[in-house]
Design a protein around this ligand. Structure first.
Ligand code: FES
Length: 65
């Protein structure tokens, strides 16, 4: 399924980018060699990044919020 329609980025690409260390939407675009266009995908992509992060990292993020 596509996460970013403008650039044709799929969920699998976002997951791969997170596995390689992407922690922000900008990191995912960079890892995919793209730049955001309309930014409508940002919230969905950020949620996917959070969901794909290792549990330990998610715990730290929630504690610091
Ligand atoms: S949908 Fe991702 S930049 Fe437009």
């Amino acid at each position: 399924m596509y996460v970013c329609n403008c650039k044709g980025l799929r969920e699998s690409q976002v997951r791969d980018a997170v596995q390689l260390g992407a922690r922000r939407v900008s990191h995912v675009f960079h890892a995919c060699g793209e730049k955001p266009q309309c930014a409508r995908c940002v919230r969905r992509m950020a949620a996917l990044i959070r969901a794909e992060q290792p549990q330990e990292r998610r715990d730290r993020t929630e504690l610091s919020a």
